[in-house]
Write a new protein. Sequence first.
Length: 116
Amino acid sequence: MTEQMLTEIFGKNVKNLRENNKLSQEKLAEKIEISKNTISDIENGKKFIHAKTLVKLSKALNVEVYELFKPEGTIPDNSEGIIYKYKEDIKESMEKITDKYVRKIKQSKKIKRNLS
């Protein structure tokens, strides 16, 4: 799967989930603190987002992060084990990214305190 394919799948899932949650692009953008144009670009497979925004997005859409990457209608019935493996890999990767981001925030807060 190419990066572009993943971005397109992600965008379609965001749009479907947004609509299922009865959210406008404007309302979703407001909830996760990005522009409506960025939501539009995401849904059209033109843009991707940072880990922090990805976590906010999954919460706003009431899903786990890995669910935003699930290919719709492209999974053969006999591949449940493979899907589970990828789900866990994505989840683990996102947790590592989130942990790294949180550590960086804590470090920057500590530096600010020391400078004050």
